[in-house]
Write a protein that binds this ligand. Structure first.
Ligand code: ZN
Length: 413
């Protein structure tokens, strides 16, 4: 699938620092050991509702990671999926009485226009699940051939005798390694995050669904001996990451709500298929964004959508600045006051860029590079630009600093 259009990315003089990220397993900020090509996977949207600020925070965070890696001299191979068939999408389409494909197409277009407005660099491989169905089927067939799956009686299957397929986690010694979570933590969230611990016939309540055979009225694809059906959500990211990055890729990203089960299951399935751990060498997760005292989520109905702000005439650079002024690992709450401050800040910056000159460019650019490379401290980089913008008028524009603010922070007037 074609992604959104890429913004221009200026080349800065010199070279940025190596990216260091906080690692949950060691509780330290550690420099990523990355080869010439940095390989990054970020879980994409399920296109059934518009991008809210929580999503935007995730994509801007990993956009920053990609910018730091590029500035440090790496090629970046960035992969993102589109979960264009899944339960929430089908449920929403049924509720609204629309075709699930039309709903997905419209929401994907809206996501692209939001990402374009926020100047997020697009992925190099942007992969629709529907367009790559044979690859997901091949993953599951490979797992079946490896003897790590089992079938569960499925009385409501559209085809008599067809059975859903699950991964047998008892065969997987690395289960739990990606998240570092224990079983009690896993069980606490599994059901509310799409898991089916109560499903009759499962060997372990945490075993993930690999293949859901066709139900009456649901989309399904031919899959040989698997029978007609569709893949489980976690299989999609396993397959797409392996196809475009391979095992041991550098960075897997998403929101903290993906730590378990989604990232754990994607990883354990990839290991079950290839027997070549790890799946991703590093994980980073965007903290949840709140609004009105609760996590911003569709189920709570307290969404602040990027497209709504844009329609109201808000400068997308101010929206981006709201996000940049937060640290990705710290949960925060959106308020209209944050947006007001960002509008004023962007106005101060653009006025400074027109008259402050480039005299302090080396110091400022080095400071921004150091802040961002240190666990993506975008708020630290923002403060440095604030201090610079408060300096004296030199009667000349600041083209080098404008390029750095663009290349490193993704902001351009
Ligand atoms: Zn994913």
């Amino acid at each position: 699938m074609a992604p959104w259009t890429s913004p221009n990315l200026p080349d800065l003089q010199g070279k940025g620092r190596a990216l260091a990220l906080w690692q949950a397993n060691t509780s330290t900020v550690t420099t990523l050991e990355v080869g010439e090509t940095a390989r990054m996977y970020v879980c994409g949207i399920t296109p059934y509702d518009a991008t809210h600020l929580g999503h935007a925070a995730t994509y801007v965070t990993f956009d920053l990671a990609g910018r730091v890696l590029r500035d440090a001299g790496h090629e970046v191979r960035y992969v993102q999926n589109v979960t264009d068939v899944d339960d929430p999408l089908l449920d929403r389409a049924t509720r609204d009485g629309v075709d699930w494909r039309d709903l997905a197409t419209g929401e994907i277009e809206l996501f692209h226009s939001d990402m374009t407005a926020l100047r997020v660099l697009p992925p190099d491989h942007y992969v629709s699940v529907v367009e790559t169905m044979d690859r997901h089927v091949a993953t599951i067939q490979g797992l079946v051939a490896n003897g790590v799956t089992y079938r569960v009686p499925t009385p409501d299957a559209a085809e008599a005798g067809a059975q859903d397929i699950y991964l047998d986690l008892s065969t997987q010694g690395t289960f739990g390694a990606a998240s570092g979570w224990d079983r009690a933590q896993m069980l606490e969230v599994f059901a509310e995050r799409g898991g089916d611990p109560e499903r009759a016939g499962k060997r372990d309540e945490l075993d993930p669904l690999l293949w859901r055979v066709e139900r009456e009225g649901e989309p399904a694809w031919d899959a040989g001996e698997l029978r007609r059906g569709r893949p489980g959500w976690h299989v999609e990211c396993t397959t797409i990451a392996l196809d475009h990055l391979g095992m041991g890729f550098d960075l897997q990203g998403g929101g903290t709500d993906l730590i378990f089960p989604h990232h754990e299951m994607s990883a354990v399935q990839a290991v079950a298929l290839t027997d070549d751990p790890p799946f991703a060498r590093t994980y980073a997760h965007q903290a949840m964004v709140g609004y009105d005292g609760e996590k911003m989520s569709k189920s709570k109905g307290n969404l602040v959508r990027v497209s709504d702000l844009l329609r109201a005439g808000v400068d997308p650079m101010a929206i981006r600045l709201v996000l940049l002024d937060q640290h990705y690992r710290t949960p925060w709450e959106y308020t209209a006051g944050l947006l007001d401050s960002a509008v004023k800040r962007w106005d101060r910056w653009t006025r400074a860029l027109a008259c402050r000159g480039d005299e302090d460019a080396d110091t400022l650019i080095e400071g921004m590079r150091a802040a961002l490379a240190n666990d993506l401290d975008s708020a630290g980089a923002v403060r440095l630009v604030d201090e610079w913008a408060g300096g004296p008028d030199q009667g000349a524009p600041s083209p080098r600093i404008a390029d750095a603010v663009d290349a490193l922070l993704g902001l351009r007037a």
